[in-house]
Design a protein. Structure first.
Length: 94
């Protein structure tokens, strides 16, 4: 029998989960006809139910940057809930 802790353990998202969530947002923005999409790391991290995965979240956001994208805000240390990136829509092949 599993202990109470094991039965209710939380699986925090990995890099693939953050990447998939970002790509999903890109597709939704494209369907809406948007030309730009601004994503902030804090809400993305929270939407995925992540626990202590902010660095991974920020890395996923940066790795999906393409020509025409820009970092709007980021803390001096580089990673954090305020990392904000403006992405051009539509995206090139992902």
């Amino acid at each position: 029998m599993k202990s109470r802790t094991e039965a209710h353990s939380i699986v925090s998202p990995n890099m693939d989960d953050f990447t998939a969530a970002l790509k999903s947002r890109f597709k939704a923005a494209e369907k809406l006809g948007w030309s730009r999409l601004i994503i902030r790391s804090g809400p993305l991290h929270n939407d995925l139910g992540a626990v202590q995965r902010m660095r991974m979240c920020c890395n996923a956001m940066r790795q999906l940057m393409q020509a025409g994208d820009r970092i709007i805000e980021q803390p001096a240390k580089g990673d954090g809930a305020r990392v904000t990136i403006e992405y051009a829509i539509p995206r090139k092949v992902l």
